[in-house]
Design a protein around this ligand. Sequence first.
Ligand code: GLP
Length: 241
Amino acid sequence: MNIVTVKDYTALSEKAARFVADRVNGKKELVLGLPTGSTPEGMYAKLVKLYREQKVDFSEVVSFNLDEYCGLRSDHPQSYHYYMNRNFFDHVNISEENRHIPIHSEYYEDESCSRYDQLIDRAGGIDLQVLGIGTNGHIAFNEPADYLIGGTHLVQLSEKTIEANSRFFNSRAEVPRRAITMGMATIMHAAEILLLAAGKNKARAIEKACSGVITTQLPASLLQLHNNCTLLLDREAASLL
Ligand code: GLP
């Protein structure tokens, strides 16, 4: 893994945006895997700025988001659909038919998962996957477990993730208990991975993800098996390395 450390969150957001813009400008019809969470917000803001300055053009990009909560309407302010529109899609020129976010359907659960995988396959797989990381080492919503699932699937969120994500909701009780997520195989098949982590509360997960030990109990540790993966960290997230 390449580890790049920058001084703070602003520098991380700037560098991440330039990294993504480079790849977008470097390949026609780039297939871009996109994350949510508080960490990439700064990157999206800088990408929007680069777009307004005409330094990047998303018109041919095909995007696939990592995950979405089950049971939230797409116009719910905490849904990842809403997040993506507010932070990114409303401000750049990725065409609507080229944006994909997994959707949980109560009636067609298996179909909604396999259809998402088919769409990614048909697009030719992911060229650049941008990731965040949970404090428990989760990637997308692939939670620590005895085994991990390769393709898109439904997942029961861990207590730690519910706790961590409750800061975005009025109360812990409002946090959805289930989510739909891209699986670890799809993520690991991406040609290139860029993981972003900022802040002290990510330092332990980053330390474990780089320790040389690979375990499904820390999904981010699997990234050590990837041959083109960059961890972009601020000083605090890198403080235990
Ligand atoms: C959520 C998302 C992950 C994200 C993680 C960390 O659980 N499903 O994709 O990486 O949160 O989020 P944050 O950047 O807010 O710490």
